[in-house]
Design a protein around this ligand. Structure first.
Ligand code: ADP
Length: 608
């Protein structure tokens, strides 16, 4: 048994657990992949929106240069420089201020006294444009390539650019932070924290250290910045307010540079439609927003959406033209991801529970079957020894008495008769036993044949009882036979029914100690259907509780030979029941009132 359990454990249980573990891993990986794909998809949306914004800014810059070139064709540069602010604004609404500056640093336009915007512009930029001050600026990449060598990277003035907190940070991170500073947003996707969206705030600090901006600021004077280029874009923060400037000069050696400070509200109006058009397929899933440098949404695809703007799902920086501005993507239903993760976990849990239950049930069934097989094997062994013993006992008697008689050692006629009776009884017992074993073997192989004929069960019972009576009475039994006066016809195999009755009577005899009273009763019954009932009653040991059904199982013996000393094969009742069932009837056991057993054989009546 232990060996079987070990084999089962090694062959079934352990591999099943390994398989379950592999299934869990695979599903978890699948979930991770799905989330990764989703984040890549949304990252693509953010990237393409950021690219569109960059393209629009490039277009605007091109429009600006064309407009200046056109103005220069109409008017001479010196005259245009004086009225450039008015001219440009009249022609191009995106310009908040138009400026013209000489390479020597004279600001020809706008006049600081003309209007408040011009005054603010001059206050903010006059020192820078006059090359008297180095400031921190963001240049577009093409310009960086062309421009003169710039000063060393400077510490940012941005409010969100905090001092490095972690003294142990890697040096590469430190360099990145010094050049570009932190981003204003902390995309969840950046730390691969797909499954723990709700725990975002807990990892915020870690993310702050991880989300460095790719946009780098450099410190330079205006002259240095324009270098050898003809046109360009530069952005700078003045008092934490973003100024975006386009500049243009007709020729490299031209002493005049024309420029424009872009009206950000108007630029945002231009950008708005671009942000508002989210792909229809994703419209139900995400909100796309354009965030300014303080992570405030200036345009968004879902006007009613309110989110934690600093914590988008994914985000892409626009670039140097709009430094620290980002296109951010928010999940409209962040819980959906968690829910789907939960449902995967639930499915997984259920699957594993199912698997474990199946393994447990399977194991239980196997153990039960094993037990049954073991019991059967034990019963078979018992059966062999029981049958051998049952064969030996009558054979010994037969041999002994026949030898006595044959040798003529018994002269008393009464004794001779009695010995002959014993020999007959023992022979009958042997025949019964051998018949039972043979019939059982035939039944097991499905070879048992019945010869059904119309017959009178009263006559069968009478004949069997009278054949058995001398034996019973000789052994001191009181045998009552209560049979109806008229025949009861059934359709049956006469010998098989007689065999059932003999088996029942023989059992009643075997298990009747010490009260030797046996009755055979036969009666017609009408409920539930008309049938005939033969009852064999005794006042013997009775069948132990809970064994009422088991005694009909093959080889089962409620009173085993060792403890009870009663010989038997455990086949008599099995055969009786199988024969009865083959006739459409049944054999059952009932404890008898007042002690003893009652075995009932029910058979259907012969129908017309
Ligand atoms: P056996 O050869 O052991 O008698 P049976 O199939 O005829 O085999 O009976 C099965 C078991 O049923 C017996 O071993 C015995 O324990 C129980 N049994 C059968 N008849 C009686 C009875 N009349 N009284 C008490 N127990 C009985």
């Amino acid at each position: 048994m232990k060996k079987v359990a070990l084999v089962f454990l090694l062959a079934v249980f352990v591999p099943s657990l390994v398989l379950a573990w592999l299934a869990v891993r695979t599903l978890r990986d699948q979930q991770f992949l799905l989330e990764k794909q989703q984040s890549l998809l949304y990252q693509g949306v953010a990237d393409s929106a950021a690219k569109n914004v960059q393209d629009l800014l490039s277009d605007d810059e091109r429009v600006f240069t064309e407009k200046v070139a056109a103005l220069l064709q109409r008017t001479n540069p010196a005259a245009l420089a004086k009225t450039f602010d008015d001219n440009l604004r009249g022609d191009w609404p995106l310009a908040q201020v138009g400026f013209a500056v000489t390479l020597t640093g004279d600001i020809l336009s706008p006049s600081p006294y003309s209007r408040s915007d011009a005054l603010t512009f001059c206050t903010d930029n006059s020192r820078f444009l006059a090359n008297r001050e180095s400031v921190e600026v963001y240049l577009n990449p093409k310009q960086i390539g062309n421009s003169l060598a710039l000063n060393a990277p400077a510490q940012s003035q941005m409010p969100q650019q905090t001092e490095l907190k972690d003294a142990n940070s890697e040096s590469s991170k430190r360099t990145a932070q010094l050049k570009g500073g932190n981003r204003a947003v902390y995309p969840q996707q950046s730390v691969g924290n797909y499954n723990n969206i709700q725990k975002f705030s807990q990892v915020e600090e870690q993310q702050q250290q991880n989300t460095f901006s790719k946009v780098a600021a450099s410190e330079a004077e205006f002259r240095q910045l324009i270098g050898e280029a003809n046109d360009g874009t530069l952005a700078r923060f003045v008092d934490n307010k973003l100024n975006v400037l386009f500049w243009y000069r007709a020729r490299r050696d031209s002493p005049l540079v024309f420029g424009a400070q872009i009206a950000l509200p108007k630029l945002i109006e231009e950008l708005r439609p671009m942000i508002e058009q989210v792909e229809t397929a994703l419209h139900e899933e995400i909100c796309v927003a354009l965030l300014d440098d303080t992570a405030r949404p200036v345009a968004k695809s879902h006007s009613e959406f309110r989110g934690n703007w600093k914590h988008p799902f994914v985000a892409t920086e626009i670039g140097e033209a709009l430094p620290h501005w980002e296109v951010a993507v928010y999940l409209l239903d962040p819980a959906k991801l968690t829910r789907s993760a939960q449902s995967v976990r639930l499915t997984l849990g259920l699957l594993i529970a199912l698997l474990v239950t199946a393994i447990a049930v399977g194991s239980w069934l196997i153990v039960m079957d094993l037990n049954r097989q073991l019991t059967l094997a034990r019963q078979k062994t018992d059966f062999v020894s029981n049958v051998s013993h049952e064969l030996k006992t009558p054979l010994t008697s037969i041999r002994m008495f026949s030898e006595l008689l044959s040798e003529g050692r018994v002269e008393d006629v009464a004794k001779q008769r009695s010995y002959l009776a014993i020999i007959a009884a023992e022979t009958a017992r042997l025949t019964r036993l051998i018949n039972n074993v043979l019939d059982f073997a035939r039944l097991e192989r499905g070879e048992k044949k019945y010869v059904f004929k119309e017959c009178d069960i009263v006559a069968i019972a009478h004949e069997t009882a009278e054949t058995y009576r001398p034996h019973l009475e000789a052994n001191g039994f009181q045998f009552d036979c209560d049979l109806p006066g008229s025949p009861i016809m059934i359709n049956a195999d006469r010998d098989a029914i007689a065999q059932v009755l003999v088996n029942l009577l023989s059992n009643a005899e075997k298990y009747s100690d010490p009260r030797k009273e046996i009755s055979l009763q036969l009666a017609r019954q009408s409920t539930p259907l008309p049938h005939v009932e033969a009852r064999v009653l005794d006042r013997g040991l009775g069948v132990p509780a809970n064994c009422g059904e088991k005694i009909f199982e093959k080889f089962f013996r409620a009173h085993d030979s060792l403890s009870s000393g009663i010989q038997g094969s455990g086949l008599g009742l099995t055969l009786a029941r199988q024969i009865a069932r083959a006739h459409g009837g049944e054999v059952i056991y009932e404890p008898r009132n007042g002690g003893g057993s009652c075995f009932i054989l029910r058979l259907p009546l012969k129908t017309a």
